[in-house]
Design a protein around this ligand. Sequence first.
Ligand code: HEC
Ligand code: HEC
Ligand code: HEC
Length: 348
Amino acid sequence: MRIILRRISAGAAALAAAGLFVAWAGIIDIRASTGHWRVTDWFLHWVMRSSVRTAALGGHAPRFTAAMLPLAAGHYETGCAGCHGSPAMPRPAMVENMLPPPPDLQHVTATWNDAQLFEIVKHGVRYTGMPAWPTLERDDEVWAMVAFLREYPSLDQAAYQRLAGFSATGSPEFTTIVKSCEGCHSSPGLNETSLIPRLTDQSETYLRDSLEAYAAGKRPSGVMKVALSRTSSEDRKKLADHFANQSAATETGRASEKSARGKALAERGDRTRGIAACAACHDAAGVNEAYPRLAGQPIPYLENQLGLFRSGNRGGGAYAAVMTRAAAGLSDDDIHALAAYYGALPLD
Ligand code: HEC
Ligand code: HEC
Ligand code: HEC
């Protein structure tokens, strides 16, 4: 008997040591980017639903009144919409990649009863980012939120904004948006070492196409997707117009030996290697408005974009495929030379 017990405890200790070893070796995947397996997703959500169901047993909702709604709606706007979105604002791009992503509550509240919603809103959900209510001492505010969540699926943008007590469009003022863009895109941050492009002197068509491509995920950039996440397509049209109608005296990079080689390649291409002349599409009179100007862009930005086109990861507007083809045969040296040439090219 004693031997069996000793064997069992030795086995348990070995198991614990093996478990610790696996954790220490760093092979447990904690990356949110790849998501869970379908079965893990299902299991975790099942555990969450079961736990909420049991914790909410015996809970009784007070009578809901209309007076509860405005304070809850106002709190929803500041405390919940940033993760769950609202009729006035889609879920911000950043939270879509949380694991799990916060659901659109207009579609899920019907699957819970009042006591269960109370349980979730008051206590939050561990390991998911869903926070507990800021104070646990009183329940009345939490019940007001439950009353609001019951109304929530039937609210359109106007009704939501009336309840939440704000009348603007929900998105920030246009001048505030422009300032946020300039924080990255205007002079002090932009010099010959920059990875950020200049927006001025670019056609309105190209700017608008680019903004729509970022917003729709057709030109992948986490930075630009988040920068645009609180803009409507109307805002983006105005932004394209705003920046296209400015011209800035930007300093251009210095001409170098490299740029002589770049100039030849840009103007004539290289038939033997199947490289088209860039000048057929860029910085020449009468070319398609959807083709960007390259003159005076920061050299590292140009290099980076050419690398992205070459590897097929740049994306863009309706004509991006022609550029992907144009970049396919470029060598690293070609890219350095072409970027040096266009970066040093004066604007006009
Ligand atoms: C930091 C982000 C974040 C904030 C802020 C947040 N939530 Fe959540 N919420 C989540 C996440 C993530 C889940 C998903 C949990 C899960 O599926 O297990 C969730 C789930 C929920 C659910 C359950 C929905 C379902 O069917 O899975 C409700 C109800 C809810 N939140 C209400 C609220 C309310 C009300 C507020 C504001 C007081 C709020 N949340 C604030 C992230 C957030
Ligand atoms: C945090 C810095 C940052 C902010 C804020 C920002 N941008 Fe950008 N923007 C970038 C970077 C970096 C790129 C290059 C991304 C890429 O590789 O495609 C870029 C690219 C662009 C392009 C493509 C230009 C071209 O030549 O292809 C446009 C248009 C643009 N941004 C407009 C805007 C507007 C409008 C705003 C304000 C709503 C804004 N950006 C806010 C950093 C920023
Ligand atoms: C057949 C026309 C065509 C040719 C030839 C061409 N391009 Fe392009 N290029 C485009 C188009 C169209 C885009 C814009 C893609 C988009 O974002 O929608 C573009 C975009 C670019 C960009 C990105 C600019 C920015 O602001 O993000 C760079 C850099 C560039 N081209 C460099 C070159 C170079 C260097 C060559 C020569 C090797 C070249 N292109 C040849 C059509 C062309």
